[in-house]
Design a protein around this ligand. Structure first.
Ligand code: NAD
Length: 428
């Protein structure tokens, strides 16, 4: 086994010195010890290939002008064009995008999609912006990204606080620049402009496919299992419904304002209605819980579908779930991972568990390029195949080499990307 020549995280360039990027690097270093890849490939994969920082001016509704910082980071184009979401959030930094871009590289490689990873976002409070301001922000950001995005270069998608409408504005802005419709420039679009059926639900469905496969391997059943879902957004709400469809009892869910609990199971349709109306707090027949409390509820399955760094050194000792499914990206810190492992709590890692979204994004891109669209059943079957094979590969390696599921997933991914990098060689 070759030992990779790695740069210490203490030597990080200042723009990458971010807690989330340190987590991503820490995970990479941990997995490199088992991946047996060349030191040169290991060193290249520690850094993003390209980062763009922009300042996005927007005419606000009150006549003032605001300028928002925006980023797009492309981690690796070794396996194909880069792919990853765009998020609008007050916590967006270049380092955060770099971490998320690296995880996208591993996620795509794990599913054997012909993509590398990217991520982008704008540092803003999306809830404080009107629809008109969001449109202006999105269109100008897209124009600023023109030098680095493209259907064969980098293909954005929705992420936190962005949605189908955001993607439609991006697609339109890009198409206006080139003079014809280019649906394959983004995924997660509305059906009317080349979106794919099942894309909106794909991440949540994929989360539950992985949970179901893991539960079967662990020798218990989802039926009757008590489940808690943190984050009732695009991923969490669908995951909650999919769990309920399989006979699980969803006892608590939360959004950014807090959580609701019902011992005999929540009325998810009612929560959908409240969510559409602005927030799930106060649902009839439920008890309120804080976001800290919801994470520590005794349950069989805890789905983390809100945001990063939710299970930390501080609360990992009090997590009372048997199985954690990472629907969000990076919800568990390195220290928390060790504590959970010591306590025998199985963690289904993000790069596997939430990969259903990028899988169906890939299907959307393929359908757009060939201008030929598949049915919901075809897509669900293809998704189940991809997720099932990835879970198999991860579980088998984890058992064979006594690795955590996270390390096994990372080792599989790193070997795919490093293998291609070694074959291509370093240019020039
Ligand atoms: P979203 O904006 O639709 O939903 C996020 C949910 O989490 C909302 O209910 C929000 O109120 C809640 N939330 C935010 N911060 C919180 C906090 N600190 N505590 C509790 N709740 C909080 O976003 P989404 O698309 O569902 O993404 C959620 C996570 O899943 C993110 O980490 C994202 O990167 C990841 N993810 C999303 C997709 C996708 O297809 N949408 C794919 C892969 C991974």
């Amino acid at each position: 086994m070759s030992s990779p020549a790695t740069t210490s995280t203490a030597d990080l360039p200042p723009e990458l010195d971010d807690p989330l990027f340190r987590t991503a690097l820490g995970q990479l270093d941990g997995a490199l010890a088992f991946a047996d890849v060349s030191p040169h490939a290991a060193e290249v994969l520690r850094y993003p290939e390209r980062s763009l920082a922009v300042s996005v001016p927007v005419h606000m509704d009150d006549g003032s002008l605001s300028v928002f910082p925006g980023y797009r980071v492309q981690h690796s184009s070794v396996l194909g064009p880069t792919k990853g979401g765009i998020r609008y959030d007050l916590a967006v930094t270049l380092g955060e995008c770099a971490a998320l871009a690296m995880w996208m590289t591993w996620k795509c490689a794990l599913l054997r999609l012909p993509y590398g990873g990217a991520k982008g976002g704008i540092r803003c409070d999306p809830r404080a912006l009107s629809e008109h301001e969001l449109e202006g922000l999105t269109r100008r950001f897209t124009a600023d990204l023109l030098p680095v995005i493209g259907p064969q270069r980098d293909i954005p998608a929705p992420d936190m606080a962005t949605n189908e409408q955001t993607m439609a504005w991006m697609m339109d802005t890009y198409s206006m620049q080139v003079g014809h419709a280019v649906p394959e420039i983004v995924t997660g679009k509305p059906l009317s402009v080349g979106g794919s059926v099942l894309r909106p639900e794909a991440t949540g469905i994929g989360v539950v496919m992985v949970v179901e496969g893991a539960v079967a391997r662990l020798g218990w059943k989802l039926e009757g299992a008590h489940c808690v879902v943190q984050g009732f957004g695009k991923v969490g709400a669908v995951a909650a419904h999919e769990l309920a469809v399989r006979g699980a009892r969803v006892i608590a869910v939360s959004d950014i304002h807090g959580g609701v609990f019902a011992d005999d199971g929540l009325d998810l349709e009612e929560l959908d209605r409240l969510h559409q109306a602005g927030g799930i707090a106060g649902a009839e027949g439920t008890r309120p819980l804080t976001n800290a409390e919801i994470l520590e509820l005794p349950c069989d399955v805890l789905v983390l579908a809100a945001t990063e760094r939710q299970v930390t050194e501080e609360n990992a000792g009090r997590i009372a779930a048997r199985l954690i499914a990472e629907g969000a990206n990076g919800p568990t810190t390195l220290e928390a991972d060790d504590i959970l492992a010591e306590r025998g709590i199985t963690v289904l890692p993000d790069i596997l568990t939430n990969a259903g979204g990028v899988a169906v994004s890939y299907f959307e891109w393929v359908q757009d390029i060939q201008r030929l669209f598949w049915t919901r059943e075809e897509i669900r079957t293809r998704l189940a195949d991809l997720m099932g094979h990835a879970l198999d590969r991860v579980w088998t390696l984890s058992v064979e080499e006594s690795l955590s599921l996270r390390s096994a997933a990372l080792v599989r991914s790193i070997r795919e990307v490093a293998g291609a990098l070694e074959t291509r060689g370093i240019y020039p």
